[in-house]
Ligand binder design. Structure first.
Ligand code: NAD
Length: 492
Protein backbone atom coordinates (compact mmCIF):
# COMPACT_ATOMS: atom_id res chain seq x y z
CA UNK A 1 0.00 0.00 0.00
CA UNK A 2 1.29 3.48 -0.80
CA UNK A 3 1.67 5.64 2.25
CA UNK A 4 0.48 9.23 2.64
CA UNK A 5 3.41 11.45 3.59
CA UNK A 6 3.36 15.22 3.83
CA UNK A 7 6.73 17.01 4.11
CA UNK A 8 5.32 20.49 4.81
CA UNK A 9 2.84 22.34 7.01
CA UNK A 10 -0.08 24.49 5.86
CA UNK A 11 0.64 27.94 7.31
CA UNK A 12 -0.17 31.37 5.90
CA UNK A 13 -2.00 29.94 2.88
CA UNK A 14 1.03 28.03 1.59
CA UNK A 15 2.85 24.78 2.19
CA UNK A 16 5.70 25.83 4.44
CA UNK A 17 8.81 24.02 5.64
CA UNK A 18 8.41 22.94 9.28
CA UNK A 19 10.72 24.34 11.95
CA UNK A 20 11.95 20.87 12.94
CA UNK A 21 12.66 17.51 11.34
CA UNK A 22 10.56 15.21 13.55
CA UNK A 23 7.52 13.52 12.10
CA UNK A 24 4.26 12.14 13.44
CA UNK A 25 3.97 8.57 12.20
CA UNK A 26 0.45 7.33 11.58
CA UNK A 27 -0.63 3.68 11.81
CA UNK A 28 -3.80 1.92 10.75
CA UNK A 29 -5.94 1.01 13.75
CA UNK A 30 -7.14 -2.11 11.92
CA UNK A 31 -3.84 -3.49 10.57
CA UNK A 32 -1.22 -1.68 12.69
CA UNK A 33 0.61 -0.91 9.41
CA UNK A 34 2.27 2.45 8.91
CA UNK A 35 0.01 4.50 6.62
CA UNK A 36 1.66 7.90 6.54
CA UNK A 37 3.35 10.79 8.27
CA UNK A 38 3.27 14.56 8.69
CA UNK A 39 5.80 16.99 10.18
CA UNK A 40 5.56 17.30 13.96
CA UNK A 41 4.78 20.93 14.68
CA UNK A 42 6.96 22.85 17.12
CA UNK A 43 6.55 26.07 19.05
CA UNK A 44 8.17 28.01 16.18
CA UNK A 45 5.50 26.63 13.82
CA UNK A 46 2.77 27.80 16.21
CA UNK A 47 4.47 31.23 16.28
CA UNK A 48 4.39 31.37 12.46
CA UNK A 49 0.78 30.17 12.31
CA UNK A 50 -0.43 32.67 14.92
CA UNK A 51 1.46 35.48 13.15
CA UNK A 52 -0.23 34.56 9.85
CA UNK A 53 -3.64 34.36 11.52
CA UNK A 54 -3.03 37.69 13.27
CA UNK A 55 -2.18 39.41 9.97
CA UNK A 56 -5.24 37.88 8.27
CA UNK A 57 -7.41 39.19 11.08
CA UNK A 58 -5.84 42.58 11.80
CA UNK A 59 -5.19 43.89 8.27
CA UNK A 60 -7.47 46.77 7.33
CA UNK A 61 -8.73 44.77 4.35
CA UNK A 62 -8.43 41.42 6.16
CA UNK A 63 -10.96 38.57 6.47
CA UNK A 64 -12.69 40.21 9.45
CA UNK A 65 -13.34 43.35 7.42
CA UNK A 66 -15.05 41.52 4.55
CA UNK A 67 -18.79 41.65 4.08
CA UNK A 68 -20.26 38.32 5.31
CA UNK A 69 -21.56 37.70 1.78
CA UNK A 70 -18.00 37.87 0.41
CA UNK A 71 -16.81 35.46 3.06
CA UNK A 72 -19.76 33.19 2.23
CA UNK A 73 -18.63 33.00 -1.41
CA UNK A 74 -15.19 31.76 -0.37
CA UNK A 75 -16.68 29.40 2.21
CA UNK A 76 -19.02 27.93 -0.40
CA UNK A 77 -15.95 27.12 -2.51
CA UNK A 78 -14.41 25.56 0.62
CA UNK A 79 -17.54 23.41 1.09
CA UNK A 80 -17.34 22.28 -2.54
CA UNK A 81 -13.65 21.37 -2.19
CA UNK A 82 -14.35 19.47 1.03
CA UNK A 83 -17.10 17.54 -0.75
CA UNK A 84 -14.74 16.71 -3.61
CA UNK A 85 -12.42 15.10 -1.03
CA UNK A 86 -15.20 13.59 1.10
CA UNK A 87 -14.65 9.95 0.18
CA UNK A 88 -10.90 10.19 0.83
CA UNK A 89 -11.48 12.08 4.08
CA UNK A 90 -13.79 9.32 5.31
CA UNK A 91 -11.26 6.65 4.27
CA UNK A 92 -8.37 8.34 6.07
CA UNK A 93 -10.35 8.87 9.28
CA UNK A 94 -11.58 5.30 9.20
CA UNK A 95 -8.04 3.94 8.83
CA UNK A 96 -6.62 6.19 11.54
CA UNK A 97 -9.16 5.89 14.35
CA UNK A 98 -11.24 2.83 13.39
CA UNK A 99 -14.49 4.70 12.67
CA UNK A 100 -16.74 2.48 10.52
CA UNK A 101 -16.69 3.85 6.97
CA UNK A 102 -20.47 4.36 6.71
CA UNK A 103 -20.29 6.55 9.80
CA UNK A 104 -17.20 8.39 8.56
CA UNK A 105 -19.09 9.21 5.37
CA UNK A 106 -21.76 10.93 7.49
CA UNK A 107 -19.73 12.51 10.33
CA UNK A 108 -16.49 13.24 8.55
CA UNK A 109 -17.41 13.74 4.87
CA UNK A 110 -21.01 14.98 5.01
CA UNK A 111 -21.22 17.04 8.20
CA UNK A 112 -18.35 19.55 7.59
CA UNK A 113 -19.68 21.08 4.32
CA UNK A 114 -23.18 21.11 5.79
CA UNK A 115 -21.89 23.12 8.76
CA UNK A 116 -19.92 25.52 6.54
CA UNK A 117 -23.09 26.31 4.57
CA UNK A 118 -25.28 26.52 7.67
CA UNK A 119 -23.05 29.13 9.31
CA UNK A 120 -22.47 31.09 6.09
CA UNK A 121 -26.25 31.32 5.68
CA UNK A 122 -26.74 32.28 9.30
CA UNK A 123 -24.09 34.99 9.10
CA UNK A 124 -25.54 36.49 5.93
CA UNK A 125 -29.17 36.32 7.05
CA UNK A 126 -28.99 37.35 10.71
CA UNK A 127 -28.55 41.08 11.43
CA UNK A 128 -25.17 41.72 13.01
CA UNK A 129 -25.55 45.43 13.54
CA UNK A 130 -28.51 47.38 14.88
CA UNK A 131 -29.14 50.96 15.85
CA UNK A 132 -31.11 51.42 19.09
CA UNK A 133 -32.71 54.74 19.95
CA UNK A 134 -31.14 55.84 23.24
CA UNK A 135 -32.95 56.78 26.46
CA UNK A 136 -30.40 59.41 27.39
CA UNK A 137 -30.08 61.23 24.07
CA UNK A 138 -28.36 59.91 20.96
CA UNK A 139 -28.47 56.29 19.93
CA UNK A 140 -26.46 53.10 20.36
CA UNK A 141 -25.02 51.21 17.40
CA UNK A 142 -24.70 47.64 18.66
CA UNK A 143 -22.74 45.16 16.56
CA UNK A 144 -21.41 41.63 16.83
CA UNK A 145 -17.73 41.56 15.92
CA UNK A 146 -15.53 38.54 15.24
CA UNK A 147 -13.67 37.65 18.42
CA UNK A 148 -10.25 37.47 16.72
CA UNK A 149 -7.61 34.79 16.28
CA UNK A 150 -8.93 31.46 17.54
CA UNK A 151 -6.84 28.51 18.71
CA UNK A 152 -8.78 25.33 17.91
CA UNK A 153 -7.67 22.09 19.60
CA UNK A 154 -9.47 18.86 18.75
CA UNK A 155 -9.37 15.14 19.66
CA UNK A 156 -9.04 12.10 17.40
CA UNK A 157 -12.44 10.48 17.77
CA UNK A 158 -14.44 12.57 15.24
CA UNK A 159 -11.62 14.76 13.93
CA UNK A 160 -13.32 16.49 10.98
CA UNK A 161 -16.81 16.77 12.42
CA UNK A 162 -15.51 18.27 15.65
CA UNK A 163 -13.09 20.61 13.84
CA UNK A 164 -15.95 22.05 11.81
CA UNK A 165 -18.18 22.59 14.86
CA UNK A 166 -15.58 25.29 15.51
CA UNK A 167 -14.17 26.24 12.11
CA UNK A 168 -17.51 26.77 10.36
CA UNK A 169 -18.86 29.41 12.78
CA UNK A 170 -15.42 30.94 13.43
CA UNK A 171 -14.64 31.48 9.74
CA UNK A 172 -18.17 32.68 8.93
CA UNK A 173 -17.96 35.20 11.79
CA UNK A 174 -14.70 36.61 10.37
CA UNK A 175 -12.19 35.00 12.74
CA UNK A 176 -8.93 33.44 11.63
CA UNK A 177 -7.88 30.09 13.04
CA UNK A 178 -4.88 28.04 14.10
CA UNK A 179 -6.00 24.39 14.23
CA UNK A 180 -4.09 21.80 16.22
CA UNK A 181 -5.33 18.31 15.37
CA UNK A 182 -4.65 15.30 17.59
CA UNK A 183 -1.56 13.26 16.73
CA UNK A 184 -3.62 10.16 15.95
CA UNK A 185 -5.63 11.87 13.20
CA UNK A 186 -3.49 14.17 11.11
CA UNK A 187 -3.87 12.80 7.57
CA UNK A 188 -7.46 14.03 7.29
CA UNK A 189 -6.40 17.45 8.59
CA UNK A 190 -3.92 17.79 5.71
CA UNK A 191 -6.69 16.95 3.25
CA UNK A 192 -8.65 19.80 4.82
CA UNK A 193 -5.64 22.03 4.15
CA UNK A 194 -5.66 20.94 0.50
CA UNK A 195 -9.35 21.87 0.29
CA UNK A 196 -8.68 25.28 1.88
CA UNK A 197 -5.85 25.98 -0.59
CA UNK A 198 -7.94 24.86 -3.58
CA UNK A 199 -10.86 27.03 -2.42
CA UNK A 200 -8.62 30.08 -2.20
CA UNK A 201 -9.10 30.80 1.49
CA UNK A 202 -7.11 34.01 1.98
CA UNK A 203 -3.61 33.67 3.43
CA UNK A 204 -3.53 32.98 7.15
CA UNK A 205 -7.29 32.52 7.62
CA UNK A 206 -6.75 28.82 8.36
CA UNK A 207 -3.45 27.39 9.58
CA UNK A 208 -2.86 23.80 10.67
CA UNK A 209 -0.10 22.70 13.06
CA UNK A 210 -0.20 19.07 14.23
CA UNK A 211 1.47 18.08 17.47
CA UNK A 212 1.02 16.75 20.96
CA UNK A 213 -0.13 18.35 24.17
CA UNK A 214 2.99 20.55 24.56
CA UNK A 215 2.29 22.24 21.24
CA UNK A 216 -1.40 22.51 22.23
CA UNK A 217 -0.48 24.06 25.56
CA UNK A 218 1.80 26.54 23.82
CA UNK A 219 -1.07 27.57 21.53
CA UNK A 220 -3.43 27.99 24.50
CA UNK A 221 -1.07 30.48 26.15
CA UNK A 222 0.15 32.23 23.01
CA UNK A 223 -0.11 36.03 23.38
CA UNK A 224 -1.39 36.38 19.80
CA UNK A 225 -4.49 34.26 20.44
CA UNK A 226 -7.85 35.84 21.41
CA UNK A 227 -9.93 32.72 22.12
CA UNK A 228 -9.49 28.98 22.65
CA UNK A 229 -12.04 26.43 21.51
CA UNK A 230 -11.19 22.98 22.85
CA UNK A 231 -12.69 19.52 22.62
CA UNK A 232 -11.06 16.68 24.52
CA UNK A 233 -10.71 15.12 27.93
CA UNK A 234 -11.89 16.74 31.15
CA UNK A 235 -8.33 16.54 32.52
CA UNK A 236 -6.89 18.59 29.64
CA UNK A 237 -9.91 20.90 29.70
CA UNK A 238 -9.33 21.66 33.36
CA UNK A 239 -5.73 22.70 32.66
CA UNK A 240 -6.82 24.81 29.67
CA UNK A 241 -9.56 26.48 31.72
CA UNK A 242 -7.01 27.39 34.39
CA UNK A 243 -4.59 28.82 31.83
CA UNK A 244 -7.35 30.80 30.12
CA UNK A 245 -8.64 32.01 33.49
CA UNK A 246 -5.21 33.36 34.33
CA UNK A 247 -4.97 35.04 30.92
CA UNK A 248 -8.61 36.20 30.98
CA UNK A 249 -8.94 34.52 27.60
CA UNK A 250 -12.40 33.38 26.47
CA UNK A 251 -12.65 29.61 26.15
CA UNK A 252 -15.18 27.02 25.01
CA UNK A 253 -14.72 23.53 26.43
CA UNK A 254 -16.37 20.35 25.16
CA UNK A 255 -15.22 17.60 27.51
CA UNK A 256 -16.00 14.09 28.68
CA UNK A 257 -19.25 12.39 29.60
CA UNK A 258 -20.93 9.40 31.22
CA UNK A 259 -24.44 9.87 29.91
CA UNK A 260 -27.45 7.74 30.74
CA UNK A 261 -30.11 6.12 28.58
CA UNK A 262 -33.29 5.80 30.65
CA UNK A 263 -35.40 2.94 29.34
CA UNK A 264 -38.94 3.48 30.68
CA UNK A 265 -41.17 0.52 31.54
CA UNK A 266 -43.29 0.98 28.37
CA UNK A 267 -40.33 1.12 25.94
CA UNK A 268 -40.16 -1.16 22.92
CA UNK A 269 -36.37 -1.35 22.66
CA UNK A 270 -36.51 -4.05 19.97
CA UNK A 271 -38.43 -1.71 17.65
CA UNK A 272 -35.82 1.06 18.01
CA UNK A 273 -32.71 -1.08 18.29
CA UNK A 274 -30.90 0.74 15.44
CA UNK A 275 -31.36 4.08 17.19
CA UNK A 276 -30.40 2.50 20.50
CA UNK A 277 -27.17 1.22 18.95
CA UNK A 278 -26.61 4.79 17.70
CA UNK A 279 -26.64 6.22 21.24
CA UNK A 280 -24.66 3.47 22.98
CA UNK A 281 -22.02 1.76 20.85
CA UNK A 282 -21.56 4.06 17.84
CA UNK A 283 -17.97 4.66 16.66
CA UNK A 284 -16.74 1.72 18.76
CA UNK A 285 -17.78 3.58 21.91
CA UNK A 286 -15.47 6.50 21.12
CA UNK A 287 -17.91 9.43 21.32
CA UNK A 288 -18.23 11.84 24.23
CA UNK A 289 -22.07 11.92 24.40
CA UNK A 290 -22.65 8.16 24.18
CA UNK A 291 -25.04 6.72 26.75
CA UNK A 292 -22.71 4.27 28.45
CA UNK A 293 -25.01 3.83 31.43
CA UNK A 294 -28.31 2.15 30.55
CA UNK A 295 -30.94 2.45 33.27
CA UNK A 296 -33.55 -0.33 33.06
CA UNK A 297 -36.72 -0.83 35.19
CA UNK A 298 -36.42 -3.75 37.62
CA UNK A 299 -39.74 -5.10 36.32
CA UNK A 300 -38.13 -5.67 32.89
CA UNK A 301 -34.44 -5.83 33.81
CA UNK A 302 -33.74 -9.41 32.66
CA UNK A 303 -35.48 -8.89 29.33
CA UNK A 304 -33.64 -5.61 28.66
CA UNK A 305 -30.28 -7.11 29.60
CA UNK A 306 -30.99 -9.93 27.13
CA UNK A 307 -31.97 -7.49 24.35
CA UNK A 308 -28.84 -5.37 24.76
CA UNK A 309 -26.60 -8.42 25.14
CA UNK A 310 -28.05 -9.79 21.90
CA UNK A 311 -27.48 -6.42 20.20
CA UNK A 312 -23.83 -6.25 21.30
CA UNK A 313 -23.23 -9.88 20.37
CA UNK A 314 -24.78 -9.47 16.90
CA UNK A 315 -22.72 -6.45 15.81
CA UNK A 316 -20.22 -7.24 13.09
CA UNK A 317 -16.72 -6.40 14.32
CA UNK A 318 -13.96 -6.00 11.74
CA UNK A 319 -12.26 -3.88 9.09
CA UNK A 320 -13.77 -0.39 9.41
CA UNK A 321 -13.46 0.07 5.63
CA UNK A 322 -15.99 -2.75 5.14
CA UNK A 323 -19.42 -1.06 4.88
CA UNK A 324 -21.06 -4.03 6.65
CA UNK A 325 -18.93 -3.60 9.77
CA UNK A 326 -20.65 -1.98 12.75
CA UNK A 327 -17.72 -1.95 15.20
CA UNK A 328 -14.14 -1.20 14.16
CA UNK A 329 -10.95 -1.17 16.21
CA UNK A 330 -10.08 1.30 18.96
CA UNK A 331 -7.75 4.14 18.04
CA UNK A 332 -4.51 2.79 19.49
CA UNK A 333 -2.78 0.05 21.42
CA UNK A 334 -2.56 2.25 24.52
CA UNK A 335 -6.21 3.19 24.36
CA UNK A 336 -7.31 -0.46 24.07
CA UNK A 337 -5.18 -1.31 27.11
CA UNK A 338 -6.87 1.50 29.00
CA UNK A 339 -10.34 0.17 28.09
CA UNK A 340 -9.31 -3.38 28.98
CA UNK A 341 -8.15 -2.16 32.40
CA UNK A 342 -11.68 -0.84 32.96
CA UNK A 343 -13.15 -4.20 31.93
CA UNK A 344 -10.90 -5.94 34.47
CA UNK A 345 -11.98 -3.39 37.08
CA UNK A 346 -15.66 -4.04 36.35
CA UNK A 347 -15.14 -7.77 36.86
CA UNK A 348 -13.12 -7.29 40.03
CA UNK A 349 -15.92 -5.13 41.45
CA UNK A 350 -18.40 -7.97 40.90
CA UNK A 351 -20.27 -6.92 37.76
CA UNK A 352 -21.56 -9.72 35.51
CA UNK A 353 -20.14 -9.56 31.97
CA UNK A 354 -22.90 -10.88 29.69
CA UNK A 355 -20.91 -10.62 26.45
CA UNK A 356 -17.61 -9.31 25.09
CA UNK A 357 -14.40 -8.50 26.89
CA UNK A 358 -12.05 -10.20 24.41
CA UNK A 359 -9.79 -9.27 21.52
CA UNK A 360 -11.42 -10.87 18.47
CA UNK A 361 -8.37 -10.72 16.16
CA UNK A 362 -4.59 -10.99 16.44
CA UNK A 363 -3.92 -7.80 14.49
CA UNK A 364 -5.49 -4.40 14.98
CA UNK A 365 -6.67 -2.79 18.19
CA UNK A 366 -10.06 -4.52 18.23
CA UNK A 367 -12.16 -5.22 21.29
CA UNK A 368 -15.54 -6.93 21.45
CA UNK A 369 -18.53 -4.84 22.57
CA UNK A 370 -18.83 -5.55 26.27
CA UNK A 371 -21.92 -5.49 28.50
CA UNK A 372 -21.91 -5.35 32.30
CA UNK A 373 -25.07 -6.26 34.23
CA UNK A 374 -25.97 -6.55 37.94
CA UNK A 375 -24.08 -3.45 39.00
CA UNK A 376 -25.08 -0.13 40.45
CA UNK A 377 -24.16 3.47 39.76
CA UNK A 378 -21.27 3.37 42.25
CA UNK A 379 -19.18 0.88 40.27
CA UNK A 380 -16.08 2.40 38.67
CA UNK A 381 -17.32 1.42 35.21
CA UNK A 382 -20.60 3.27 35.94
CA UNK A 383 -18.87 6.45 37.05
CA UNK A 384 -15.79 6.97 34.90
CA UNK A 385 -15.62 7.68 31.19
CA UNK A 386 -14.20 4.59 29.45
CA UNK A 387 -14.40 5.79 25.82
CA UNK A 388 -14.78 2.29 24.43
CA UNK A 389 -17.57 -0.22 23.63
CA UNK A 390 -18.47 -0.95 27.26
CA UNK A 391 -21.94 -0.44 28.77
CA UNK A 392 -23.18 -0.59 32.38
CA UNK A 393 -26.77 -1.85 32.71
CA UNK A 394 -28.14 -0.48 35.97
CA UNK A 395 -31.58 -1.42 37.42
CA UNK A 396 -33.99 1.17 38.90
CA UNK A 397 -37.29 0.91 40.77
CA UNK A 398 -39.29 3.92 39.58
CA UNK A 399 -38.98 7.06 37.45
CA UNK A 400 -37.81 9.12 40.44
CA UNK A 401 -34.92 6.76 41.01
CA UNK A 402 -34.09 6.62 37.28
CA UNK A 403 -33.79 10.41 37.12
CA UNK A 404 -31.75 10.46 40.35
CA UNK A 405 -29.30 7.87 39.00
CA UNK A 406 -29.01 9.67 35.65
CA UNK A 407 -28.19 12.90 37.50
CA UNK A 408 -25.75 11.23 39.88
CA UNK A 409 -22.67 11.93 37.76
CA UNK A 410 -19.93 14.52 37.64
CA UNK A 411 -20.75 14.84 33.94
CA UNK A 412 -23.75 16.23 32.07
CA UNK A 413 -23.34 16.04 28.31
CA UNK A 414 -25.88 13.73 26.64
CA UNK A 415 -28.63 11.30 27.54
CA UNK A 416 -31.78 9.72 26.17
CA UNK A 417 -35.20 8.52 27.27
CA UNK A 418 -36.93 5.54 25.63
CA UNK A 419 -40.69 5.07 25.78
CA UNK A 420 -43.68 4.30 23.57
CA UNK A 421 -45.14 7.56 24.88
CA UNK A 422 -42.91 10.42 23.55
CA UNK A 423 -44.69 13.00 25.74
CA UNK A 424 -43.95 11.01 28.89
CA UNK A 425 -40.35 10.57 27.74
CA UNK A 426 -40.03 14.30 27.03
CA UNK A 427 -41.17 15.11 30.57
CA UNK A 428 -38.54 12.77 31.98
CA UNK A 429 -35.94 14.31 29.59
CA UNK A 430 -36.74 17.74 31.06
CA UNK A 431 -35.60 16.48 34.49
CA UNK A 432 -32.26 15.09 33.32
CA UNK A 433 -29.44 17.49 34.24
CA UNK A 434 -27.51 17.51 31.00
CA UNK A 435 -26.79 19.82 28.07
CA UNK A 436 -28.61 17.58 25.58
CA UNK A 437 -31.09 14.68 25.82
CA UNK A 438 -32.74 12.65 23.04
CA UNK A 439 -36.16 11.04 22.98
CA UNK A 440 -36.12 7.61 21.29
CA UNK A 441 -33.08 8.74 19.29
CA UNK A 442 -30.21 11.23 19.56
CA UNK A 443 -28.77 13.46 16.86
CA UNK A 444 -26.62 16.60 17.05
CA UNK A 445 -28.85 18.73 14.85
CA UNK A 446 -26.98 21.82 13.56
CA UNK A 447 -29.87 24.14 14.46
CA UNK A 448 -29.67 23.56 18.23
CA UNK A 449 -26.94 24.21 20.81
CA UNK A 450 -24.79 21.26 21.86
CA UNK A 451 -22.56 21.16 24.93
CA UNK A 452 -22.24 20.07 28.51
CA UNK A 453 -22.76 21.12 32.09
CA UNK A 454 -20.76 20.19 35.19
CA UNK A 455 -17.44 18.55 34.23
CA UNK A 456 -18.60 18.05 30.63
CA UNK A 457 -17.66 21.58 29.70
CA UNK A 458 -18.54 25.24 29.28
CA UNK A 459 -20.14 27.02 26.35
CA UNK A 460 -22.11 25.73 23.39
CA UNK A 461 -21.50 24.71 19.80
CA UNK A 462 -24.01 24.45 16.94
CA UNK A 463 -27.07 26.63 16.43
CA UNK A 464 -26.91 30.44 16.50
CA UNK A 465 -25.37 30.00 19.97
CA UNK A 466 -22.36 28.35 18.32
CA UNK A 467 -21.84 31.44 16.16
CA UNK A 468 -22.01 33.76 19.16
CA UNK A 469 -19.12 31.82 20.71
CA UNK A 470 -16.91 33.52 18.08
CA UNK A 471 -18.41 36.99 18.38
CA UNK A 472 -18.17 39.87 20.83
CA UNK A 473 -20.64 42.68 21.26
CA UNK A 474 -19.47 46.20 20.56
CA UNK A 475 -21.35 49.42 21.21
CA UNK A 476 -20.78 52.76 19.54
CA UNK A 477 -22.65 55.61 21.24
CA UNK A 478 -23.93 57.90 18.52
CA UNK A 479 -24.40 61.57 19.32
CA UNK A 480 -27.82 63.19 19.39
CA UNK A 481 -28.65 64.45 15.90
CA UNK A 482 -30.00 67.89 15.21
CA UNK A 483 -32.57 66.32 12.94
CA UNK A 484 -34.39 63.20 14.12
CA UNK A 485 -32.98 60.76 11.55
CA UNK A 486 -30.24 58.30 12.53
CA UNK A 487 -27.59 57.01 10.11
CA UNK A 488 -28.54 53.67 8.59
CA UNK A 489 -26.59 50.66 9.89
CA UNK A 490 -23.65 49.82 7.65
CA UNK A 491 -22.26 46.34 7.06
CA UNK A 492 -18.99 45.59 8.81
P1 NAD B 1 -7.16 14.71 25.10
O1 NAD B 1 -7.69 15.73 26.02
O2 NAD B 1 -6.04 13.86 25.56
O3 NAD B 1 -6.65 15.40 23.75
C1 NAD B 1 -7.50 16.23 22.98
C2 NAD B 1 -6.65 17.23 22.22
O4 NAD B 1 -6.08 18.13 23.15
C3 NAD B 1 -5.49 16.64 21.45
O5 NAD B 1 -5.29 17.41 20.28
C4 NAD B 1 -4.32 16.81 22.41
O6 NAD B 1 -3.07 16.86 21.76
C5 NAD B 1 -4.66 18.14 23.05
N1 NAD B 1 -4.18 18.35 24.40
C6 NAD B 1 -4.05 17.45 25.39
N2 NAD B 1 -3.64 18.06 26.52
C7 NAD B 1 -3.52 19.38 26.23
C8 NAD B 1 -3.14 20.53 26.97
N3 NAD B 1 -2.78 20.45 28.25
N4 NAD B 1 -3.15 21.72 26.35
C9 NAD B 1 -3.52 21.83 25.06
N5 NAD B 1 -3.85 20.79 24.30
C10 NAD B 1 -3.87 19.56 24.88
O7 NAD B 1 -8.41 13.82 24.65
P2 NAD B 1 -8.44 12.58 23.66
O8 NAD B 1 -8.04 11.37 24.40
O9 NAD B 1 -7.73 12.89 22.41
O10 NAD B 1 -10.01 12.53 23.32
C11 NAD B 1 -10.92 11.85 24.09
C12 NAD B 1 -11.63 12.79 25.05
O11 NAD B 1 -12.29 13.83 24.32
C13 NAD B 1 -12.71 12.09 25.83
O12 NAD B 1 -12.66 12.48 27.16
C14 NAD B 1 -13.99 12.58 25.18
O13 NAD B 1 -15.11 12.55 26.00
C15 NAD B 1 -13.62 13.97 24.80
N6 NAD B 1 -14.52 14.47 23.73
C16 NAD B 1 -15.46 15.40 24.05
C17 NAD B 1 -16.35 15.83 23.08
C18 NAD B 1 -17.43 16.85 23.40
O14 NAD B 1 -18.00 17.42 22.46
N7 NAD B 1 -17.75 17.12 24.64
C19 NAD B 1 -16.27 15.33 21.80
C20 NAD B 1 -15.29 14.37 21.52
C21 NAD B 1 -14.41 13.95 22.50
Amino acid sequence: MTTIDYPQLYIGGTWAAPAGHDTIEVHSAATEDRIGSVPRGREADIDAAVAAARTAFDAADGWASWDPKERAEVLERFAVELEARGAETARRVSMQNGMPIWLAQQFEAGFPPLLVRYYSDLMTSAPFEESRPGMLGGAALVSKQPIGVVGVIVPWNVPQGISFLKLAPALAAGCSVVLKPAEETVLDAFLMAEAAAAAGLPEGVLNIVPGGREVGAYLVEHPGVDKISFTGSTAAGRWIAEACGRLLRPVTLELGGKSAAIVLDDADLGASIEQFFGVTLLNNGQICWLNTRVLAPRSRYTEIVDTITELAHSLKVGDPLDPEVKVGPLVSKQHRERVEAYIAKGQSEGARMTTGGKRPFDRGWFLEPTIFADLDNNATVSREEIFGPVLSLIPYSDEEEAVAIANDSVYGLGGSVWSSDPERATNVARRVRSGTVGVNHYVNDPVAPFGGIKQSGMGRELGPEGLQAFQVFKTIYLPPLSDASQPPPTPL
